[in-house]
Design a protein around this ligand. Sequence first.
Ligand SMILES: *Cc1c(COP(=O)(O)O)cnc(C)c1O
Length: 393
Amino acid sequence: MSKDWQKRTQLVHEGSRRSQYGEMAEAIFLTQGFAYDSAEQAEARFIKAGDDEFIYARYGNPTTRMFEDRIAAIEGTEDAFATASGMAAVNGALVSMLKAGDHVVSARALFGSCLYILEEVLTRYGVKVTFVDGADLDQWKAGVVPGVKAVFFESISNPTLELIDIEAVSKIAHAVGALVIVDNVFATPIFSRAVDQGADVVVYSTTKHIDGQGRALGGVICGTRDFIRKVAEPYLKHTGAAMSPFTAWIMLNGMVTLDLRCRAMAETAAKMAVALEGHPALTKVIYPGLPSHPQADLAARQIGSGGTMVSFDIKGGKDAAFRFMNALKIIKISNNLGDAKTIATHPTTTTHQRLTDAQRAGLGITPGLIRLSLGLEDAGDLIADVKAALSVI
Ligand SMILES: *Cc1c(COP(=O)(O)O)cnc(C)c1O
């Protein structure tokens, strides 16, 4: 495929492989294994499998490989490894490269399961983990001491939409030789320029925007060929986090419309944020594309967009937030994001329920906070839905 292609072209064609039938749509190779022409060929393939040679679907599969090639091209990395879920990707990226005695520095504001891996799993195996406030570069400078093996952070935090400066943190990490691993879900592969900005490894939950229709769990690790094939793959292929070929086919098809969807969602998110800012029922509206966002400049520089998510705090706390959600007509109450259907989430009682009140307060997750993942419906309809529900409380 061509390096000169723009993302929109790559999203449609990159990575496609055709069988002898020349099928237009990517085929689902729903096969666990592959037959060899001879015993010698089997032996040779186990010694070293070539680019289009497969052994076992836990190691790789033609449909999965098409997806990996497509996402690697979009992200601008040499290679990628697809996994069964976003968490398998986060776990795989970290565990595959770390051993007892290693030291990791991580942002504190993390998706609950990411926090579990860093706080519970890694430490159980003797990895030292230091948490910092991700937006505070002085804390990164103080925390990333010589000997640190990796830094980990979500480039836009959930649900308070705080950005972490990938370029600045990467400089600090690279100065001590630490690998920069970024969970980039909220930025989306469309708005991401994480690799240009210094990220070494970029991880996605493909469950979110890449599928984009709430159908399948998936994840992917993007990185250099050395990291993917020599570090991540040995761990992943032996521990069984492989993406199913059927899921890879869903993700491949999701990517065809990914650019159109992310841009439409971000446009609607911006309209929603503008429509809600200053609303008397709200104490604040958080959207990185609003000039009032404290990191609006960083958002413009880092992702060139405000993204597809808007959060806002409803006056009156949990009761008012529940009344608002229950009055919504179009917008669904759920906890996925990046879906074609707009979703409202109440982090305090769902995604961040396990945290203590003090932890939530520290992360800015107030009882009245609502996280909206903007979908593909008409922006006017969505704004009317939110305004009508706000008028009920
Ligand atoms: C959803 C999500 C994950 C986990 O992905 P799954 O596909 O649900 O395993 C990890 N990180 C972030 C930021 C997410 O939003």
